[in-house]
Design a protein around this ligand. Structure first.
Ligand SMILES: *[C@@H]1O[C@H](CO)[C@@H](O)[C@H](O)[C@H]1NC(C)=O
Ligand SMILES: *[C@@H]1O[C@H](CO)[C@@H](O)[C@H](O)[C@H]1NC(C)=O
Ligand SMILES: [Zn+2]
Length: 498
């Protein structure tokens, strides 16, 4: 085996770009720490407006009523106890805007529906804000900056559609003012960005974005997130933008399960993006649209629009930094065939990178593997049976060369595997396929197409491996290269020692 460095992006020389894990790291036990859970929850409840922050001392009663209110807004059973579902909910990716007063405002909103009272009622005042709505109907917005790995064209489209969601159901009209000044500014920042220490961004996961109530007109996004406009992995910038716009218009968090203004991140699914509660909220402030009826498009249609855009961009070959497009931003999946050619998958295309470093242009996925859907979530070539395995949602596809095998796609559940894997690779030391998903990993026997007994197990078996890896390349000698976020992918893309 030669020790030739490989750098398909031909720029930079940084070993930190690949996450190297050795076989000896396997099966290393971890012991759980003490129980700092209550203080941890206390910090969370203070941060999101359920507990006062005066001296960080809270009575048992205060704590319990804060937990109850949190559970109510999060649609959990209201027990007042820090049970496991409650703690789990606190760790979900969410909006950084405080939930303080959301319960009160929602009750008032629902009350107004039943009593037919006008929308011009008293609203809670926040320190430092005059009133919490705009007194004009025509608003401008500006995209100040955007994540490096997304093109301005696609971000612009997503932002435009996100504003349309709101203008289509209310009396508001929005217009982009590219050069500024504008009423509403959208900007990406990393870490502390002069909004106070508690509003500093926290890297991938956790707080995704926050925005200010009128009329400050600012929405801020965590630059360190893995933003995406299509596909399943990462956080959908369109959904988060649409939510933050809601705040800039004066909306607070909603306890309604499918509301866009729920504090928790939601994927762009098939269903409508705005719930009845979002629409009532914006109409109570700004009235109904001037047209005859509100227009709402299902998530499916919006998703297709965003995907089409990216596809046409790839084909027009807009390369913003002079690097191959597959080096920009995040890929869906990565694997290596028996000839040591690396395949990188994204959306409806894939690239090949030869052992010498030469990369192909984007090639249509369907041309080589007909019947395979775009935006797959994980892919692996298995040297054991020389077959290709692809995963997306709750299904697995298996190809011999370019031919789909009989009986595929097959449901992951039938094989005992989770849906939506983070990454998958054939692992020679085990002689089986390994799937990472969140905090666990599964082991698939390729001969029986069943999960091996006693799996899934916890990811902590693989010392140092973080959750949410995006792709993996495994070598026959057991060395494993894992990729996560852009850190391991954007310039210099990646660097592999084979
Ligand atoms: C808003 O309405 C317009 C006109 O009816 C429609 O073309 C557009 O797709 C709608 N956008 C959304 C996000 O619902
Ligand atoms: C790998 O190389 C062999 C011989 O060099 C060739 O026949 C085969 O088609 C290659 N496989 C792939 C998947 O490109
Ligand atoms: Zn929010």
């Amino acid at each position: 085996m030669s020790r030739t460095p490989r750098d398909p992006c031909a720029a930079g020389r940084d070993m930190r770009t690949a996450w190297v894990v050795t076989l000896s790291a396997l099966l290393c036990a971890r012991t759980a720490g003490g129980s700092p859970l209550v203080s941890h929850a206390g910090v969370f409840l203070e941060r999101y407006g359920y507990l006062h922050q005066d001296n960080h001392i809270h009575s048992a009663d205060e704590m319990q009523s804060a937990i109850c209110e949190f559970q109510w807004l999060s649609q959990l059973p209201v027990t007042g106890e820090l049970d496991s579902v409650t703690l789990k909910q606190m760790a979900e990716p969410r909006c950084g805007v405080s939930d303080e007063g959301s319960q009160h405002i929602w009750k008032w909103r629902v009350n107004a529906i039943f009593t037919g009272k006008s929308a011009a009622l008293r609203r809670r005042k926040r320190a430092g804000t005059q009133a919490e709505k705009w007194y004009k109907r025509h608003l401008t917005y500006q995209i100040v900056n955007w994540p490096r790995h997304l093109s301005l064209g696609s971000v612009r489209l997503a932002v435009r559609v996100a504003f349309q969601l709101w203008s289509n159901v209310s009396g508001l009209v929005f217009q982009e003012a590219p050069g500024g000044p504008a009423d509403i500014r959208l900007a990406f920042y990393e870490g502390d960005h002069n909004d106070g220490a508690s509003n500093a961004f926290d890297g991938p996961g956790g707080t995704l974005a926050h925005a200010f109530l009128p009329r400050r007109g600012e929405a801020h996004f965590d630059m360190a997130e893995r933003w995406t406009l299509n596909g399943h992995k990462g956080h959908n910038l369109f959904m988060v933008t649409a939510h933050e716009i809601g705040h800039t218009l004066g909306l607070e968090h909603s306890p309604v399960r499918h509301a866009l203004m729920s504090p928790y991140y939601r994927k762009l699914g098939r269903s409508l993006v705005l719930s009845w509660d979002d629409i009532v909220a914006v109409q109570q402030l700004y009235g109904k649209p001037s047209g005859d009826r509100p227009v709402r498009l299902p998530g499916q249609v919006l998703h297709a629009t965003l995907q089409e855009w990216e596809f046409s961009e790839l084909h027009e070959g807009h390369e913003t930094t002079g690097q191959p497009l597959y080096c920009q931003g995040v890929f869906d999946a990565i694997t290596m065939d028996q000839n040591d050619t690396v395949l990188v998958f994204r959306g409806g295309v894939y690239w090949t990178v030869s052992p010498g470093g030469g990369a192909s242009g984007p090639l249509p996925l369907r041309q080589r593997w007909s019947g395979l859907p775009p935006a797959i979530e994980a892919a692996a070539f298995s040297p054991l049976d020389s077959k290709w395995y692809f995963f997306k949602g709750k299904r697995m596809w298996r190809y011999s060369g370019s031919v789909l095998d009989q009986g595929f796609p097959r449901r992951s559940g039938e094989m005992g595997l989770p849906r939506h894997p983070d990454c998958v690779f054939y692992y020679a030391p085990l002689g089986h396929m390994v799937l990472f998903k969140g905090s666990r990993y599964s082991v698939l026997n390729l001969k029986t197409l069943r999960q091996e007994p006693y799996y899934p197990r916890r990811l902590t078996d693989w010392t140092g491996v973080p959750q949410g890896t995006n792709g993996a390349l495994a070598r026959p000698d057991g060395r494993l290269y894992l990729f996560r976020e852009q850190r391991f992918w954007s310039p210099p893309c990646f660097w592999i020692l084979i």
